[in-house]
Design a protein around this ligand. Sequence first.
Ligand code: ZN
Length: 311
Amino acid sequence: MFPQVSPTWNCQAGASVCPCRSQNVLSSTAAFVSAGRSIIDGPLRTPARWRGSLRRDAAGYGTDLERQRYSAGFDWAVGQAITQPDEFPTIESICGLHERVVGGGQLRTGYIVVGDRQLYPHPGFVPTLLSDLLLLHSSRLRVVGPVQAAAELHLDFVSIHPFPDGNGRCARVLVSAELARAGFRSTLFTGVEQHFLRVPTLYIGTLRAYQTGRICRATCVHFLLRGAAERLTHAIAWRRSGRGTAGLGSVRSADKLGLTERSREGGDTFVHHSAWENYLQALSSQERAEAGEQVGRLEAEQVDDQNASRE
Ligand SMILES: [Zn+2]
């Protein structure tokens, strides 16, 4: 289930077992996200193309060129991941991805100073840290599954900060491609860039809090998973409102998973159902409306996209 509405920043620096209990909800939140896949992806077979804005747009400093690069880079990376699912990312492919999405494609050789401190590792360690991360990612895929592994990859990549610039964008496209490689199709999932549009400062703040030791790893990973879980929640609420059910055959998929109204009395899936309800109730009505509009627009565009690609 997906019980947490706000971040639990009750971490204790240096504790061997953090009292925040975020660790206990990681796998259930990842499972919640995985379970929504067939509803949200519906009959999408080809990947949805990039639509909409970037995190930097939401934060007020994006440019047209950055958006164009990102959009083309996203479509390319997600397309590659689906047509060549056996191609595991390498340092070389990640540099290539950075070249497309941001421009540059060279690992950094200098320090990165944020404020008055060096937040990220010495540049001499970057290649080793990256190759270790890829090994770790491959084992996490087997141990914790693609959804949690993607969130962990996201966090580790931005914490290594391998490039002089555009690390966040590169990380989010890399993770999008990994989700696509694992079978996700809709940008409601794969568009990691958009998971945090509603809370752009909380996103940076949470990453910083982890990188400066104020919250534990589990809390930060859980925050990243919540981005996907929230989006899924909005999409399903949108479907259930009857406005998003036209295009993607979602009611049938929801029926299969037992996630429709009817199953409410059924028992088994009640937990999922009430988790959505709890979450939605905790949002203000304006937040609900905005999130619903955003998801609805994206869904409609994805349906258009599918129709166009069939022609
Ligand atoms: Zn903690």
